[in-house]
Structure formats: structure tokens, C-alpha cells
Design a protein around this ligand. Structure first.
Ligand code: HEM
Length: 450
């Protein structure tokens, strides 16, 4: 029986502004009406400002690849992310972004993956040993994946186990998600340079968060720089802009680290949560995956070498990213007038390119709602251009995509290779879009040893 993961009902008609605002604050996945999953474009106008959802390859190409300089991140996205990522790569624009991108990208390039895979393998080993102690008990899957992803981020960034800081970091991120991550009306309407009432609390939070990052950095800075880099931090500290030769200042390093920790661990944690939860609901797919995961021995010297052989695992990760793309929408604000097809866009129009919608679009996928990892096997035709874009596209494509795929594949294979996973209750788990795609409650699961 094909498994169709449950989703919240899409509105029957395009939402009014009140409904739109409520969706943004409670579950942004309900922002788009049913028709959006069949149309090329959906346009609405709130407070005289265009809100446009783009679903065609040409329009998406235009905004993300052809004319990215005509767009910037929206004020609401900047407000929500700035307190935790500071002025790091994610929120930088223009020349500042170019400089940061070409300095950070080499620290996450394909040739760094073998080093990062060793950190992932070490964190996996410890997590799997802990899970063996919990066999048969109900397990909070989301918290388990968040802790593991944070441990992997800490090790690959600093070569530090995150025991000392992990719990406090998770508590602060939960506090942030609950209190500051949901945009209010003024967060959307005011330019990002003018503080909104909510920004005061956000700024206070930012000071506490950055001081925690600084404390972790100080521990790390105290260790001498080795000749052979151990982790991303060694690479960032040594990084020089290829054109100017400039390195990062202390404040820039701190913001970069904060950005990579946040962008890197929450997205991967929820991806792993959805992959494992969905496999618990789709036992046939789980056994199909387990055949591979049990059979591929991880090379302890060079764990990255094993990743290429985990073909079914990669397909499951891709199918999870299709149905639950952690970054469910990219949002841009037009800086100057622009034209997309026949649509004239004035400055300050808001453009949505939503992997959540594209990945479930009826013109782009057969049986879009069905969980069917085999569609991503190498013998199948690849998805159409821009039909599958969990990591975005164009110059601002996710700089950590390789790392995220390596991590998700290695963790999934390690867990499914060792355990059979089942749900510990029967309540449907609904996805909720707030910054990333979260479950509507902490669904427990149970493991048995294979
Ligand atoms: C499954 C995991 C992940 C998903 C789904 C994901 C998704 C994305 C997407 C869609 C974007 C583009 C946003 C836009 O254009 O508006 C992005 C950007 C970014 N991601 Fe990821 N990401 C993941 C993991 C990671 C990891 C592991 C890291 C770092 C270690 C990372 C760091 C970043 C950074 C720094 C940017 C901004 C790049 C720029 O603006 O130049 N991400 N990510």
C-alpha cells in the first residue's frame, strides 16, 4: 500500500490578508490555497503590495539565477533570522555576501567531506550506542535528532562534543522559536532597517545567544592552530578571500559560526526526523532501505567512501526532502521594478519560491502526495528543472548542501541498519511551517534491534 503522509488541509480559496497573517504565524504551509498546487503563478495584493508565488522554471530561473541582484531577503526573514545568525553569510547582501561566500564555501567544499564524515561517524557511533540502551521504550524522535545534529555540528565545527553546551543551546533555540520567530504585521511591513516592536526582544536574545557562541569560540581559540585542519573552524580561521587576501575578523568569525550552527543543524535534524517517522509509517520502504543499510559496512578509516554506495538511503533522503523540505519557502523582496513573464512587479513586491508547493505540484510530479523513494533511484528520470530544489538554486544555493546530504545519509543508514523503527502512538503527525517544517507534536517512536 503506498503511504501518503498526512498534511494540513490547504484553504479552498486564496486567503484574505487576515488568513494569510494567521497562517504565517501558526502554520505557513497553509498560506497557499489548493489551486496553487496546479497553477503556474499565484498573485495576491495586500496593503497595495504584490505577493507572488512562482511555480514555473522560467520565472524561478529569472529571480534566483538570472537577476538575483534585483532581489534581497524580505524584511520578515531578516528580522526572524538576524538574532541567531548575526551578519553571517545567510543574511549578507551585495559585495559583502560575495566576499563571505567565497571565503566560507571552501570550508564546505566536496574535498572537505572526508574530514566531516569522520566527525559524523563518531557522533553516530555514540548516538547508536545510546539508542541501544533505549530499545523498546518510547523515544522522543525530534529531540533525539536535534541532539544528534547539534553534536555533529559541534564536532565538525569545533571538534568539540556538545555535552557541555548542547542542552543550553537547544533550550535557547526553543525559547527563540516560541517567542520571536513568528512574524507580526509590522515585521512584514516595516523595512528591515527600522526596528519593529518585536525586534527589541529579538535584540536582547541576540546578545545572550552571541555571548554563548563567543564562550564556545573562546574555548576553541585557546587551542593552537594545527598544520592539518581538524574541522570547519580551522578552515574558517585560516580562510582568506581569494581576491583580496583578507581573513575574517573576530566578530565575523563569531557570526559565521552562529550561522553555520543554526542553518546546519536544525534543517538536518528535522529532515532526519521526517525520514525516520515516515519510514515508521511505511514498513515496506523501511525494509527496502534496511537491506542496503545492513549490507554496507562503513569504512572506519574513510567513512565518506561508504556514502556513494548508500544509493537507496540517498533516495529516501531525497524523497523526504521532497515531501518535507526543511526550508519550505524562499522569500525575496524586489529592490527595483521587474517584469516576470507578463507580470509587472513594483519595488517591495514579495516573491515566494516554495519548495513545499513545487515538490507537491500536480504538473511536476506523478502521485505527488505519495512517499515513494524509488522515484529518486538512478534508473528513474531526474526531476524537471526547478521541480526539486530543497537547497535552493542560483548563487545563493545552500552552501552546506553536500554536508547536509552526507550527514543525513550516514545517520539514516546507521539507525535503520541497527534498528527497526515503529510509531509508539497512532495520532497523525502534521507538518507545521515555522522557519523550518516541524511536527505538530513530539511524536514518540519505538526501536527494536535488527
Ligand atoms: C537538509 C538540510 C538543509 C536544507 C534543506 C537547507 C536548505 C537551504 C536553502 C533552501 C538555502 C537557500 C535559501 C535562499 O536562497 O533563500 C540555504 C542556504 C544556506 N544554507 Fe542550507 N540547508 C541545509 C543544511 C545546511 C547546512 C548543513 C549548512 C552549513 C553547515 C547550511 C548553511 C547554509 C547557509 C550559510 C546558507 C546561505 C547561503 C548564502 O546565502 O549564500 N545549510 N539552505
Amino acid at each position: 500500500m503506498p503511504f501518503i503522509p498526512p498534511v494540513p488541509a490547504a484553504p479552498e480559496t486564496p486567503p484574505s490578508f487576515r488568513q494569510f497573517l494567521r497562517a504565517v504565524r501558526t502554520n505557513a504551509l497553509c498560506m497557499w490555497p489548493k489551486s496553487a498546487y496546479r497553477q503556474d503563478m499565484a498573485v495576491s495584493k495586500f496593503f497595495g503590495r504584490f505577493n507572488v508565488l512562482l511555480n514555473t522554471p522560467d520565472a524561478i530561473h529569472h529571480v534566483l539565477v538570472g537577476e538575483p541582484g534585483k532581489y534581497r531577503r524580505s524584511p520578515a526573514s531578516i528580522r526572524v533570522l538576524r538574532p541567531i545568525t548575526g551578519e553571517g553569510l545567510l543574511l549578507s547582501e551585495g559585495d559583502d555576501w560575495k566576499l563571505q561566500r567565497r571565503t566560507v564555501a571552501p570550508a564546505l567544499a566536496p574535498r572537505v567531506m572526508p574530514m566531516l564524515a569522520r566527525h559524523i561517524a563518531a557522533a553516530n557511533e555514540r548516538a547508536v550506542a545510546r539508542l541501544h540502551q533505549q530499545v523498546g521504550e518510547p523515544i522522543d524522535l525530534l529531540a533525539t535528532m536535534q541532539t544528534l545534529a547539534l553534536d555533529i555540528a559541534g564536532r565538525s565545527m569545533f571538534s568539540l562534543e556538545m555535552d557541555q553546551y548542547g542542552a543550553l543551546m537547544r533550550r535557547m533555540l526553543t525559547e527563540y522559536a516560541e517567542n520571536y520567530s513568528k512574524p507580526h504585521l509590522l515585521d512584514m511591513l516595516l523595512p528591515a532597517s527600522i526596528p519593529s516592536p518585536r525586534d527589541i526582544g529579538r535584540m536582547r536574545f541576540k546578545r545572550r545567544w552571541m555571548s554563548l557562541i563567543q564562550t564556545i569560540l573562546a574555548v576553541r581559540m585557546a587551542t593552537p592552530q594545527p598544520e592539518v585542519p581538524r574541522d570547519i573552524f580551522d578552515l574558517l580561521r585560516a580562510a582568506r578571500d581569494p581576491e583580496t587576501g583578507a581573513g575574517f575578523s573576530a566578530a565575523q568569525l563569531r557570526d559565521q559560526v552562529a550561522t553555520l550552527i543554526l542553518a546546519g543543524h536544525e534543517t538536518t535534524a528535522v529532515t532526519l526526523f521526517w525520514a525516520l517517522l515516515t519510514l515508521a509509517e511505511a514498513p515496506e520502504e523501511q525494509e527496502w532501505l534496511a537491506e542496503e543499510a545492513v549490507g554496507v559496512a562503513i569504512d572506519t578509516e574513510n567513512p565518506f567512501a561508504s556514502v556513494a554506495r548508500l544509493i537507496r538511503t540517498r533516495a529516501v533522503v531525497n524523497e523526504t526532502l521532497r515531501l518535507f523540505p526543511a526550508a519550505f519557502t524562499l522569500v525575496r523582496e524586489a529592490i527595483v521594478p521587474d517584469r516576470i513573464g507578463d507580470l509587472e512587479l513594483p519595488p517591495r513586491s514579495i516573491v515566494f519560491i516554495a519548495p513545499w508547493v513545487l515538490h507537491r505540484h500536480h504538473a511536476l510530479w506523478r502521485d505527488p502526495a505519495v512517499f515513494r523513494p524509488a522515484r529518486f533511484m538512478p534508473d528513474q528520470p531526474p526531476p524537471e528543472r526547478f521541480a526539486f530544489m530543497p537547497f535552493g538554486a542560483g548563487p545563493r544555493i545552500c552552501v552546506g548542501a553536500q554536508f547536509a546530504m552526507t550527514e543525513a545519509i550516514m545517520v539514516l543508514a546507521a539507525i535503520v541498519g541497527q534498528f527497526r523503527i515503529t510509531r509508539a502512538d497512532t495520532r497523525p503527525v502534521l507538518p507545521v511551517g515555522i522557519v523550518t517544517i516541524q511536527p505538530d507534536y513530539a511524536a514518540p517512536v519505538r526501536l527494536t534491534s535488527r
